[in-house]
Design a protein around this ligand. Sequence first.
Ligand code: ADP
Ligand code: ADP
Length: 230
Amino acid sequence: LAHLSVKNISYVYSNGNQAIKDASFELEGGTICALVGPNGGGKSTLFKSLMGVVDPMDGTVSLNGQTIKQALRNNLIAYVPQTEEVDWDFPILVRDVVMMGRYGSMNLLRIASRNDHLEVDKAIDLVGLTDYKTRQIGELSGGQKKRVFLARALAQQGKVLMLDEPFTGVDVKTENAIIDLLQRSREQGHLILISTHNLGSVPEFCDQVVLFNRSVIGFGGISETFTEEN
Ligand code: ADP
Ligand code: ADP
């Protein structure tokens, strides 16, 4: 089971913007957690701290007792980006994007095993893209691109699954597919973190809510958190 521990982390960008100030929280596997905060509230920076892209100048982040660096090396943390933040001007096949989930950021020189190919095919089937395996990702619709990144995260089989605004700009069918996959992941004991800038759009299947604005300003189940004035 996943156990994520964030203790007293702070991060200031080089231009002086303080994105995170003394933030702490603990989350357990088998839960779906919404990370809610205003635009500019530091959600992306927090996600980046969990992906080793940003290195907090104070505090610690650990997953099952491992530092984030170790957890990333062990490919335990999966990320589904907002599709708009990715540049599509290079040719790459759907199945190759999904295979990147098997490799992780630290293992680019690995050779794919038979099992890697099996897991990739399984993940692509699960998100309903079986017929798109050998298409260029740039040719797909927004919802289909989202599914490709979901498949990449599923193939990775990490302990933590982070999704940045997963329901923005997707059709109802894709939304339902995402919900289905998240619930399946929860049953497998994974920790799922969903970021959203809108408390009103927190999905009802979320077990916990972290209200975040530079720091944790509220924490609890949806009903408790909703009653606060945020
Ligand atoms: P760093 O500031 O840590 O070097 P980057 O290299 O990503 O981070 O950003 C370079 C510069 O781009 C920043 O110093 C900042 O001036 C600007 N910048 C990028 N993204 C933002 C943002 N979301 N808000 C304000 N400034 C930004
Ligand atoms: P959110 O994801 O909640 O919108 P961010 O983490 O993107 O929040 O931003 C938090 C704060 O850090 C904002 O004030 C933003 O302008 C600033 N910021 C984000 N990225 C950069 C950057 N690369 N350089 C400088 N400031 C940044």
